[in-house]
Ligand binder design. Structure first.
Ligand SMILES: [Zn+2]
Length: 257
């Protein structure tokens, strides 16, 4: 390897330049040539210099696997340790997209991408529970603007203290039916709801209970959701701009941890 040394003009503290690295003379003597060679991050072979990035950073290419790489990157989103669980923890503690972006020092686009990816990996859990007590309720939120109302309908298993399934959309009979059918398949002991008229036609009267006494668990859980999810906070301008993102948030909160 050819080492090119260049003495810097007087008054610059007697510094030498080795390619793009600036070292003082003592450090330069101690360091070996191998310290300045790039080792491939994928296969540990030697890399060669192949021009520069638009921002001036030196670009390298591996001689064996031909992958392009840099010694140092400015954007270090991929270096966050244990990022899935850390991201979900932060998300479930009331941090929105911009909050997560500021804490993790990553872009808003990366936050949204991670959120969608992590939520896609999660599917609703299958509980083989029989004779349990369930509660169903709806939670109001907005999509895009405050004139567009949307409802989060979900089933809460009071025995397991877990959310069985949820649906985001309008409070129609069809949407409620898909949820209620799931509960009826589990041969429930009791289904508690509020006084919404659709429930009376969808749930058999011998299982159906209406009133605050029969929805106290889910109402308490609604408060947790309002506190822990930024999208569902009341009387703020924090609401989702798309149903997909709201569903992703709910999935991470219910089954992500
Ligand atoms: Zn390589």
């Amino acid at each position: 390897m050819k080492i090119k040394l260049k003495k810097v003009a007087a008054g610059d503290g007697g510094y030498f330049y080795f390619n793009v690295l600036q070292l003082n003379f003592g450090d330069f003597l101690k360091a070996s040539v191998s310290d300045y060679q790039m080792e491939c991050k994928h296969c540990s072979s030697a890399c060669i210099k192949v021009g520069k990035q638009a921002n001036g950073n030196q670009k390298y290419r591996c001689k064996s696997c031909f992958k392009y790489q840099q010694k140092r990157y400015r954007y270090n989103a991929c270096l966050i340790q244990d990022r899935r669980s850390y991201f979900i923890k932060l998300h479930n503690e009331g941090n929105g997209i911009r909050g997560l972006s500021r804490i993790l020092n990553i872009s808003c686009n990366t936050v949204m991408k991670w959120k969608i990816n992590y939520a896609t990996d999660i599917s609703s859990p299958v509980y083989h529970a029989h004779n349990h007590t369930y509660e169903i309720d709806e939670l109001c939120s907005y999509i895009k603007h405050k004139r567009s109302q949307i409802w989060v309908m979900y089933i809460f298993d009071t025995t397991l203290k877990k959310v069985v399934d949820f649906k985001v959309g309008s409070r129609t009979k069809e949407n409620l039916k898909t949820l209620i059918d799931q509960v009826l398949n589990k041969s429930p002991k009791r289904i508690g709801t509020d006084g919404l008229s659709s429930y009376r036609t969808l749930i058999p009267s011998e299982l159906h209970k209406v009133g605050l006494r029969y929805t106290r668990h889910i109402e308490r859980n609604n408060l947790n959701l309002r506190i822990h999810l930024k999208y569902l906070a009341r009387k703020t301008i924090c609401y989702s701009k798309s149903t997909k993102m709201l569903e992703a948030s709910l999935k991470l909160y219910f089954w992500g941890g």
